[in-house]
Design a protein around this ligand. Structure first.
Ligand code: NAD
Length: 508
């Protein structure tokens, strides 16, 4: 079997990538990955052993000794090749994502493309990795700072973006001169294996990227391993808080992007058709399983009369398997998630919200076992209901009404999450007031999913983020490098020599 390419059988046994080998794990525990539309088992993911994990870290540590010295432009030449291979394999990757995650093919393509854009941005790191310098800070004395890589970095990723989120991590780390140990979500591990194959094919030295598998046990190995210098995490609040605490306790740099509850304000002066299409797409795209979905609609003043239009538009969406090009809303990723979303819908009903569209029990011909929940809409939602307090992460729109923009801003600022928010309006002054006063990290103005492109960073805040250095963009350069500052003195021939003195030197 070739090191680079493996044929994916109908049920894939996910392998570990340790240096140059795809290794069959000796695991005693395995996670079954089921096609969300059919429940057919498509992959088995091992809970790797401690010894396998240690080998992956050793491989990364060993490779770091040479990789850190590879000139930046050479590193970026590998990255350009990788970019070409990712683009050439776009359809293949999108197919794998739809199979293991369930999202519709067009959305799976978007998942890969938004990740590719991050890889594309690494090609400009030659400039971004430059340091700082100043000469003649004192007689004969110059100071300059270099950005140095950290060493072995590790990434822990969620199920909802099988390509994009891993691509926020290891290519950026590697472009900065680090080596990597990636632990993909045990629910969607095959996409990362395919991207790992392409990474080897691009010619990166073996050991720059290593892939391990598993659940919390592997996460604990990452948090504790003394040779791992930094951890990037994206996922839910429980795991993210735990990993931030554990990783920090063991002395690592940690960035942790977590859960969300994103609100969107709709003002009466908004373009109605534009806003309704954007809101319905945002809430129900990816079956509501995007951390930037605008799931809480805050209708201001007379826009409450738009509710029937929101319901009518949502009813036009077709529920079905992700690989049917006519499908708008695919299945949820797992049967347990379907049960959870349905029980949250039931709680909304019992806690007094008004159920205007009920997606429970939706039938998809030929896919009776799929994890389908159709578009669901609640009005009369208040802050005490579970459907407001919890991140539903499913196709559920919750509608609240207020009288003024000020009230809407206050409502959002009281929410503990701060991933994203948006406003729909044609008023520049309302938009500017919103942009300045709103407490959330990613703000949209007439935009349904305000995720920044990679020349900026992903800047969720409040309860949605722990750490202080953000993913991709300049934030990631800071996360994946550390400074070394050199102060040098080269005396001119006629310069004075140091006089013996125990006083702290000050600049003259
Ligand atoms: P998750 O937290 O269940 O899993 C994420 C990763 O953490 C996985 O690799 C998993 O193996 C590991 N993990 C799970 N439970 C753990 C535990 N108890 N201890 C240690 N590690 C654990 O998240 P998910 O269900 O895969 O993804 C959905 C969540 O991710 C949502 O809350 C969503 O908002 C969030 N998310 C956030 C962003 C962001 O950038 N803020 C982006 C995408 C997804």
């Amino acid at each position: 079997m070739s090191v680079l390419r493996r044929s994916f059988a109908s049920v894939i046994e996910n392998k570990l990538l340790i240096k140059d080998k795809w290794v069959s794990s000796k695991a005693s525990k395995w996670f079954d990955v089921k096609d969300p539309a059919t429940q057919e088992v498509v992959a088995r993911v091992p809970q790797c052993t401690q010894s396998e994990f240690d080998q992956a870290v050793s491989s990364a540590k060993e490779t770091f000794k040479t990789w850190r010295n590879v000139p930046v432009l050479t590193r970026l030449r590998y990255m350009r090749k990788y970019l070409d291979l990712l683009n050439a394999n776009l359809e293949n990757l999108a197919g794998i994502i739809t199979r293991e995650n369930g999202k519709v093919l067009a959305d799976s393509r978007g998942d890969v493309i938004r990740g590719i854009e991050v890889v594309e941005h690494t090609l400009s790191f030659g400039s971004l990795l430059q340091g700082e310098s100043m000469e003649n800070l004192a007689k004969d004395l110059d100071t300059y700072s270099y950005r140095h890589p950290l060493g072995v970095c590790a990434g822990i990723t969620p199920f909802n973006f099988p390509a994009m989120i891993p691509l926020w991590m290891y290519p950026v780390a590697a472009a900065c001169g680090n080596t990597y140990v990636l632990k993909p979500s045990e629910k969607v591990a095959t996409t990362c294996e395919k991207m790992g194959e392409l990474f080897l094919e691009a010619g990166f030295p073996h050991g720059v990227l290593n892939i391990v598998h598993g659940g919390k046990d592997t996460v604990d190995m990452i948090c504790k391993h003394p040779d791992i210098k930094a951890i990037s995490f994206v996922g839910g609040n429980d795991a993210g808080t735990y990993i931030h605490q554990q990783g920090s306790h063991y002395g690592k740099r940690v960035q942790s992007n977590m859960g969300a509850k994103n609100h969107v304000i709709v003002l009466p002066d908004a373009d109605k058709e534009d806003a309704i299409n954007a809101l319905v797409s945002s809430v129900f795209g990816a079956t509501g399983q995007r951390c930037m979905a605008l799931s809480v609609i805050v209708l201001v003043g007379e826009t409450k009369s738009w509710i029937p239009d929101l319901v009518a538009k949502s009813k036009t969406l077709k529920v079905g398997p992700g690989n049917d090009p006519k499908t708008d809303v695919g299945p949820l990723n797992a049967a347990g998630l379907k049960e959870r979303v349905e029980s949250l819908i039931a709680s909304g009903v019992s806690e007094g919200a008004k159920l205007l569209l009920d997606g429970r029990g939706v039938k998809v011909n030929g896919f009776e076992k799929g994890n389908f929940v159709g578009p669901t809409i609640f009005a009369d939602v208040n802050v005490n209901q579970k459907i407001y307090k919890e991140e539903i992460f499913g196709p559920v729109m919750t509608i609240m009404t207020v009288d003024t923009l000020e009230e809407a801003i206050e409502l959002i600022n009281r929410n503990p999450n701060g991933n994203g928010t948006s406003i729909f309006t044609s008023s520049g002054s309302s938009a500017r007031k919103f942009q300045r006063e709103i407490e959330a990290g990613q703000v949209g103005i007439n935009v349904p999913i305000p995720v920044p492109l990679p020349m900026f960073s992903f800047t969720g805040n409040k309860g949605s983020f722990r750490g202080d250095l953000n993913f991709y963009g300049k934030g990631a350069i800071n996360f994946f490098t550390q400074w070394k500052t050199i102060t040098s003195r080269w005396k001119e021939e006629n310069s004075e020599k140091y006089k013996l003195s125990t006083a702290f030197p000050t600049m003259k």
